[in-house]
Design a protein around this ligand. Sequence first.
Ligand code: MN
Length: 199
Amino acid sequence: MPILLPELPYVKDSLAPHISAKILEFHYGKHHTAYVEKLNGLINNTELANDGLETIVKKTAKDVSKSAIFNNAAQAWNHSFYWQSMKKNGGGIPKGAIANKIKADFGSFDKFTEEFKNAALTQFGSGWAWLVIKDGKLAVMKTLNADTPIAHGLTPLLTVDVWEHAYYLDYQNRRADYLDAFVKYLINWDFVESNIGNK
Ligand code: MN
């Protein structure tokens, strides 16, 4: 059973002007698609051929001989999670249970956004910033290249892609402006809350 490329959860111009349709055409249509296609080529006729994506990520995370499989599988997983982390007219201050949990674990919403944006801004080179549950509490972390919290036994709630391909066509080198727009206009707090609900 090949790993499938999931549909984008919105049409490609939904996130404009914060993320253009042009970016999604390349980022989803070329980058994410390529990770899935490469992964399927690599697992074909191996003992991983019938595993689900999350299982493949976890099984290959600590095996350097399978780093190509891990990189493509983790990138496939991370991108699906990233698309769901955004929505049209998202962002801003959340309400309800997630708002209370942010206040309890970070002190305030502003403190959370400061930590989250700082993690994303200081990820040197390519990678991701995350809101996760760690030891029962919300925490911010960043990962390099394809690395992902699910490889470390953590529960991700939200992610932002800070590979240049995620923002360069719209923002060039201005990663901070992309992050501002992500927090103000794009975060899908319903998705974040649903990920807490699963645990
Ligand atoms: Mn990406």
